[in-house]
Design a protein around this ligand. Structure first.
Ligand SMILES: Cc1cc2nc3c(=O)[nH]c(=O)nc-3n(C[C@H](O)[C@H](O)[C@H](O)COP(=O)(O)OP(=O)(O)OC[C@H]3O[C@@H](n4cnc5c(N)ncnc54)[C@H](O)[C@@H]3O)c2cc1C
Length: 385
């Protein structure tokens, strides 16, 4: 049984504790999904999560608008990740893909949200390009005004849900100013003419991923989310909400690795005694438990700060993502070690956690980039003092 004591921390309300309990029961009954066909599995997971009502927190309810609750997003990601990485992915992308619409969309754009919250439409967030992953402000893709339309040209790559999404939130250079101030954000339905899924990408923990090509793809001016030149600000605001949730997913993977290791060390007998009685093994278990709790404190601190009305949580979210993902990697590596040969055996839960965690230290801002972000914040606070 995973440790639930953190749910009593002051970061949470009773509704969060209730959600965690109900979702745990749902996961135990419905997960893990069959991942044999990853596209089909993802589509099915979105439908299942939608029917269960679990996707509602991923986007605002237009009938009853309230800010996105980051603690709910984090708790849901942590719980899903502990049971099934692909279920966490399916949930997370519904939020990341529609974040710009929830925060900045027009009433017309927001019509999509009822569908994504019910699991009837799948969303994607298309920011990265072959030449600009970390260096987002340097993007090449253009959107040129032509009468009542914008014409999009360029490529997006590493796009999660690419190939199965119904809508893409796309960022392109509109040229109001150089660099970050000349980018705008658009809503492109998947059936947009001249939007092509040019390549499907395979990674170590399979999930739907693609390179997209826009070749004179025409969108009405009303497809723009926010104002011309606001795209970079919109992307950063979306990441400000969702970055801590990447830490929460890592926390879920790490917690699962710890649970599996505790069970294994307690059951496995070596040299006449359970593995858990060896002090060096206890040292590993202690390090893992410490990293899990410290990561949880940073993740839920960031989520709580955002939910309490902070306009931006750049520093808190960067710390949560950096620490939780890097430490989860270490925790899972220790779990592999404690499982011996089984730890690297294809299909073993610990082996899949080892593959699942890696990309989280790269996407939504690589670990090195998070360090730069944290240092900048700390230094600017010193200069302002
Ligand atoms: C599985 C997966 C899913 C993804 N999903 C999406 C998605 O849905 N939508 C989307 O838009 N993108 C997505 N991405 C893209 C992801 O955001 C980029 O891969 C990431 O931003 C890194 O960009 P890059 O791959 O071009 O690496 P680069 O930008 O070339 O960076 C390579 C490395 O250089 C180092 N580095 C970079 N900048 C700095 C710096 N300032 N200081 C110090 N070191 C630095 C880091 O170690 C970094 O990992 C996904 C990526 C993966 C792997």
């Amino acid at each position: 049984m995973p440790d639930r004591s953190f749910l009593h921390w002051p970061f949470f309300d009773d509704r969060h504790r209730d959600l965690a309990q109900r979702l745990e029961a749902w996961c135990a009954k419905n997960l893990p999904a069959d991942h044999h066909d990853v596209d089909a599995a993802c589509r099915e997971l979105v439908i299942m999560l939608g029917r269960g009502g679990w996707l509602k927190p991923t986007a605002i309810d237009t009938d009853n608008p309230a800010p996105l609750d980051v603690r709910t997003l984090c708790l849901t990601r942590e719980t899903l990740a502990r049971h099934d990485g692909l279920a966490d992915f399916a949930f997370a992308m519904q939020g990341l893909g529609t974040g710009a619409i929830s925060l900045f969309g027009s009433d017309e754009h927001k019509k999509w949200l009822a569908k994504t919250r019910r699991g009837e439409a799948i969303s994607a967030f298309a920011l990265s390009e072959p030449r600009s992953g970390s260096d987002v402000a340097n993007m090449d893709m253009t959107a040129t005004r032509d009468g009542g339309d914008y014409v999009l040209n360029g490529e997006k790559t590493w796009i999660s849900n690419g190939g199965i999404a119904d809508l893409y939130v796309v960022f392109a250079r509109t040229g109001e100013a150089p660099g970050a101030r000349g980018i705008s954000c658009f809503l492109a339905p998947a059936d947009t003419k001249e939007l092509e899924i040019a390549e499907r990408l395979e990674v170590i923990a399979p999930h739907p991923l693609a390179r997209l090509v826009f070749n004179e793809a025409r969108l009405p001016a009303s497809a723009m989310i926010g104002k011309p030149g606001d795209g970079f600000k919109i992307a950063m605001s979306v990441l400000d909400v969702f970055r801590s949730t990447v830490g929460a997913a890592a926390l879920g993977f790490a917690r699962r690795a710890l649970d599996e290791s505790v069970a294994r060390a307690s059951e496995r007998k070596l040299f006449g005694a359970p593995l858990a009685e060896m002090q060096m093994v206890q040292g590993h278990i202690a390090d893992m438990a410490l990293d899990v709790d410290a990561a949880a404190l940073l993740v839920y601190r960031a989520a709580w700060t955002k939910d309490m009305g902070a306009v931006r949580v750049t520093r808190e979210a960067a710390m949560a993502k950096l620490f939780a993902t890097d430490k989860a990697q270490e925790v899972i590596d220790k779990a592999v070690q404690l499982h011996g040969g089984d730890g690297v055996r294809r299909g073993h839960i610990v082996e899949s956690l080892y593959r699942e965690i890696r990309a989280l230290r790269i996407y939504e801002g690589a670990s090195d980039v998070q360090k730069v972000v944290i240092a900048r914040q700390v230094l600017s606070e010193f200069r302002q003092a």
